[in-house]
Structure formats: structure tokens, C-alpha cells
Design a binder for this molecule. Sequence first.
Ligand code: NAD
Length: 356
Amino acid sequence: MLIHHQPLTRFIGELFVRFDAAPEDAALVASHLVAANLKGHDSHGVGMVPAYVGNIRRGKLNVAAQAKVVHDKGAVLLADGQMGFGQVVGRQAVDFALERVASTGIVCTGVRNCHHLGRIGSYGERCGEAGYVSIHFVNVVGHDPLVSPFGGREPRISTNPFCCVVPQEDGPPIVLDMATSAIAQGKVRVAYNQGVPVGEGALIDHEGAPTTDPAVMFEEPKGALGPFGKHKGYGLGLMCELLGGGLAGEWTAAQASHEEQGFSIINHMLMLVLDPDLFGGADGFRREVADMVDYLQSTNPAVGTERVMVPGEPEIAAMETRRAEGIPIDDNTWAAILKSAEVAGMTDSEVDDLIS
Ligand code: NAD
């Protein structure tokens, strides 16, 4: 099906309100998820709703929790998300950092114990749109690891996203935002729901042999996702684990806590926010960024490529298309969302009213 973003946001927001989320928090979560769909990342869009609902019902996601500052040392801030919606507590941590960086020029903020933060680029974009550079290291725990270390057969870490954002004077920020696995686990889920294979080089089966079958991530005997870029992606994923989970967070995938806690999705994020004005030449920096972007975009395209883009551009293009045409949602994903609405106590006619 195809659905427009406004009714979809309304529906998902109302669904979380039925689980006692404050209307403004529910609206923030819904608009974050729908924005991920708009930007082409269905893996981090409304398809996550059934997992969130499951975690609310199991007591793993506290819909009322807000970020609480636990250390405040000037340019270093640490907040605890208290297992609240990542979209709410992550946004609050970003806002703490943006408020502080105005006086310190550089801020290192950690936010730990967040339920799924969703698309990390949204936090970077908030910094970039305010004129700051930001760098984000995130680890993912609360469930069994998904990604094998380079050369390994069993999973040991998760899809640990890395994000770096640079503002542009006359345009949207440059947004590098990526899982450090070969592909995001959510993209394997989308392929599994659609009954299609994933691209080559992303998955191994339980014997360590390459496969394109997404079922190895959902059915026993389970395999693993590989890191992107062989040893390099593995190394970056490890740094997300150590800095996001170890330094800012309370635990890494090495801890057994996830086994004790049962399934959840917990993110810890270490974030650096930098004011380009304090690096001796903001005008020069802005000019270098603009010149470099022009230089890259002037490259003649290789065979099979329409044009060279900078990171963040594919998401802007997807958003323009999907805002106009609607967001595609596959039948299995939609059925699971409707099931969540039923669990929330919504009737079919209430859902129909919200999405029409
Ligand atoms: P991706 O591979 O689609 O894109 C990665 C980056 O490459 C993006 O910045 C994109 O703009 C850029 N890019 C893509 N094509 C490009 C091109 N042709 N030219 C220039 N740049 C290009 O993203 P992904 O790795 O599948 O990650 C998807 C999302 O998953 C991200 O938003 C990430 O934050 C999120 N994620 C979240 C978690 C979590 O636990 N919260 C875990 C993993 C991933």
C-alpha cells in the first residue's frame, strides 16, 4: 500500500497515546519514524512499531521517561535516557548539547539507556541545521548480537551506527549516517517480510558460509550479518561499541545483561558537537565545504550512475518523492502495525478515520 505521511503520522502518534505516552512525545516518536520512511529508510520507520509495542508491554520501554542529566562538567555532559523512547530522550540530549555548545564551543555528550534511537541522522541534522558539526558513535544492546567480527562466524556486536554531520551555508547539512554492518538489520527484516533475498556479501549462515537468505537472521539455526568494508567496518563498529556503549553507556555486547533482561533494543550514544566558529575561520570552513561539494558533484558519472552525490542527498531525493507520492508499506509490515493498533485498543473504524 501507499500512504501519505500526514495520516500515517497521525495514526502512529495516536497508537502510542493509547499506551499512555504523552501526546507531544507520541507525536515526536511518530514523526521521527515517518521521517525515516520519507527519507527512504523503511528499516527505521513505522515498521519498528510492533517491536516498540512489544517492549512497552514487556516493561522494556518506559513511555513516560525523560532524559536526566547525571553528570554536568561544563563541556562534558552525561544523560540517562531511563529506557524512554529514544526519539524523546535522544532529542533531549541533543538539545542539552546545543544549549551548552553556544558557550563552550565544543561539547561531548553521552546519553545512555535509551530505547531504540531510530535514525541517528535525525540527531545530527538537528545539530547541522543549527550550524554545528556533530559526530555520533552508537552501540546497540538489549538483544543477542547480530554482526560477526571480521573473520568470525558468530555474532559479537550489533549494527552500531556511526554518523557525522557538517553544516552547509546555502543548503542542507551533509549527513553521513550508516550502520557499520554490511546492511542495517532493519533492511534484512524488510527483505524477510517481503520474501526477497538481500544483496550478496551481507550475510553468513550458521556455518560461516555466504548467503543472501534473510531468514538466517530470524529462523534457527541463525547466522550473522557481516561488517561493511571488511576489517574497516568491523573496526568502526567496534569503536561505536567502545565509545557509545563503554564510555557513554553502561554496557557493551560483552555483558550478559541482555540475556537477563530478555529482548529489547537499547542504544547508548556518545556525541561530539563542535562550533565551526571556534576553529579559527568559520568563513574559510564554509567556503571549503561549498567548494568541495561543488568539486565532487562536478565529477563525470561512472557507467550506471546518474550523478555523483554527497552523503545525505539520497535521503533528500527520497523525501521529495515520497512526500509527493506517499510511503510504500508492504503487506506483512502493515498487518503487524494493524495488530499493534488492535492491541492498543483501537477499532478498525478509528484506524480508518485516522489514515483517511
Ligand atoms: P545507507 O547505506 O542507506 O546510507 C549510508 C550513508 O551513505 C548515508 O549517509 C547516505 O546518505 C549515504 N549514501 C547512500 N548512497 C549514497 C551515494 N550514492 N552517494 C553518496 N552518499 C550516499 O544507510 P544504512 O547503513 O542502511 O543505515 C540506515 C539507517 O539505519 C541509518 O539512519 C542509521 O542511523 C540507522 N541505524 C540505526 C540503528 C539503531 O540502533 N538506532 C542501528 C543501525 C542503523
